[in-house]
Ligand binder design. Sequence first.
Ligand SMILES: NC(=O)C1=CN([C@@H]2O[C@H](COP(=O)(O)OP(=O)(O)OC[C@H]3O[C@@H](n4cnc5c(N)ncnc54)[C@H](OP(=O)(O)O)[C@@H]3O)[C@@H](O)[C@H]2O)C=CC1
Ligand SMILES: CC1=C(/C=C/C(C)=C/C=C/C(C)=C/C=O)C(C)(C)CCC1
Length: 315
Amino acid sequence: MLVVVGSGVVALILRLMSPHIRKYASGGVCMSTARLDGQTALITGANTGIGKETAMDLAARGARVILACRDVEKGEEAAAEIRARVGGAQVEVRELDLADTYSIRAFAQRFLREVSHLHILINNAGVMMCPYMKTADGFEMHLGVNHLGHFLLTFLLIGVLKRSAPSRIIVISSLAHYFGWIRFHDLHSQGSYNSGLAYCQSKLANVLFTRELARKLTGLNVTVNSVHPGTVRSDLVRHSTLMSLVFALFSIFLKTPQEGAQTSIYCAVAEELHSITGKHFSDCAPASVAPQGRCDETARRLWDVSCDLLGIEWD
Ligand SMILES: NC(=O)C1=CN([C@@H]2O[C@H](COP(=O)(O)OP(=O)(O)OC[C@H]3O[C@@H](n4cnc5c(N)ncnc54)[C@H](OP(=O)(O)O)[C@@H]3O)[C@@H](O)[C@H]2O)C=CC1
Ligand SMILES: CC1=C(/C=C/C(C)=C/C=C/C(C)=C/C=O)C(C)(C)CCC1
């Protein structure tokens, strides 16, 4: 009886507080009215969640937006939705599976053949807390998709980004990077696997990649910044029953994908960020980076190991 009354009271309080909670939870908003006419943007994992909402916004600003998706059918559905909501939207779908370096190379080859400029690259796609899986190249899935896949993609597109300068690279990381460390002795979690820690490692790798790439791109007018989008109601938690349950129970506290896209959009368009590089953002404002994400030695070591794993030379 007491439990029933207690839950009723909590539900009532939450209902009454709902507008205030929503206002607080929604986070920062990108206030820039910058137009992107004549600019080209590429967003990975843009068929759903934060990526789709980011694509919607950039298309509304006049950009040509390429949705890079592993499932072209889902990508076309998202593109149709964007066209229906944004009059005159220029959106195209291309196949890209970040869990397969052959697919990444094929994507880049076609992209470079068909598209002459790239002003905004948003490395958004991500996988979280999946069971132990390997990519086509034998990389642990989180590291392979979230870090190495985007590393290779950026390497293959860096020439066109430089030619299109000023251009921007935005890397979607997470606050979860605080709980990660790079396990150089067992990068692919072959010794022991914890899906949460593997996700955190990959998100720390995103921050370290941003740091080292920003250093290498100094003076070239190509900026690179990382983003924590907030806690966003999306398909990201699909692999974890517990997380799905927490998301369902606390959904009122979570951002919508549109709210979660604001910081990605901000980093892509805000005029005041034109020369800001190597920084981390959350809620459309600078955010702090964990100590392990500020270590230049680790960033350089991860860079070298990533190049070795991918069989590329990138100085
Ligand atoms: N939601 C949140 O609370 C938070 C999200 N983030 C980050 O935000 C980013 C976007 O996540 P969110 O929108 O929430 O999640 P979603 O799961 O909604 O979107 C993830 C996207 O990544 C795509 N993707 C997954 N694997 C691959 C692959 N192998 N090749 C190409 N694309 C792939 C998915 O494609 P498909 O639909 O086909 O599976 C989907 O389009 C991620 O990097 C995530 O880590 C960071 C912090 C918090
Ligand atoms: C426990 C709890 C929460 C859940 C947080 C979660 C579940 C965060 C997930 C973060 C993710 C998915 C990060 C990805 O990079 C709320 C709703 C914030 C507030 C109430 C208490």
